[in-house]
Design a protein around this ligand. Structure first.
Ligand code: IDP
Ligand code: MG
Length: 154
C-alpha cells in the first residue's frame, strides 16, 4: 500500500495545530504507520529541500524549519501521496482552497504548516530519509473494509 511523508512544521507545533492536522488525516481514512518528533539538522534540510537550496529565500526556510522540533509522520492508504496533497492545499496558503489544511489555517507561502511528499518517487525517498525501517509499523486496520472496496485496495 502507498505511503507518504508528512512533516508538521514549527508553525503547526507553535500554533497548537498538530492534533487538528493529524485528526484531519485520520478522519480521511488514512492509516498512521509512523510518527515522531524531530529537531531537523541543516544537512537533512539541505537534502530534503535540495530543489530550493539555490534560491534566495532558502536560508530563511531552513532557519524557520529549525525553530522548534517538527512532527514527522508516515501515512498509508490508497493513492495516499495525492490524497494528502489534496487535503493540504497549494503552497501559497492564502490562495489555498478553503477546506484544505493550508486554506483553513494559514496565510503564508513559507509558514504553511505542513510538508507532504509530491510524488510516489519522492515519497519513497522521503519516508526512508526520515524513518528507520523499525520505526514504521504494519498492522491491520480494523475498519479497512468500511473504508474501501477490495478492488480499490489491490
Ligand atoms: P510544497 O511544500 O507545497 O511542496 P515546495 O515548492 O516544495 O512547496 O517548497 C517547499 C517549502 O518551501 C514550502 O512549503 C514553503 O515552506 C517554502 N517555500 C516555497 N516557495 C517559497 C517562496 O517563494 N518563499 C518562501 N518560502 C517558500
Ligand atoms: Mg514540495
Amino acid at each position: 500500500m502507498e505511503r507518504t511523508l508528512v512533516l508538521l512544521k514549527p508553525d503547526a507545533v507553535q500554533r497548537d495545530l498538530v492534533g487538528e492536522i493529524i485528526s484531519r488525516l485520520e478522519r480521511k481514512g488514512l492509516k498512521l504507520v509512523g510518527i515522531k518528533m524531530m529537531q531537523l539538522s541543516s544537512d537533512l534540510l539541505d537534502t530534503h529541500y535540495s530543489h530550493l537550496v539555490g534560491r534566495g529565500f532558502y536560508p530563511e526556510i531552513r532557519s524557520f524549519m529549525q525553530r522548534t522540533p517538527v512532527v514527522a509522520c508516515c501515512w498509508e492508504g490508497i493513492d495516499s501521496v495525492n490524497t494528502v496533497r489534496l487535503l493540504t492545499g497549494i503552497t501559497k496558503a492564502r490562495e489555498a482552497a478553503p477546506g484544505t489544511i493550508r486554506g483553513d489555517f494559514a496565510l503564508s507561502v513559507q509558514t504553511n504548516l505542513i510538508h507532504c511528499s509530491d510524488s510516489l518517487e519522492t515519497a519513497k525517498a522521503e519516508v526512508e530519509r526520515f524513518f528507520k525501517a523499525e520505526e514504521l509499523f504494519e498492522y491491520t486496520d480494523a475498519l479497512e473494509t468500511f473504508l474501501s472496496s477490495s478492488g480499490e485496495r489491490d
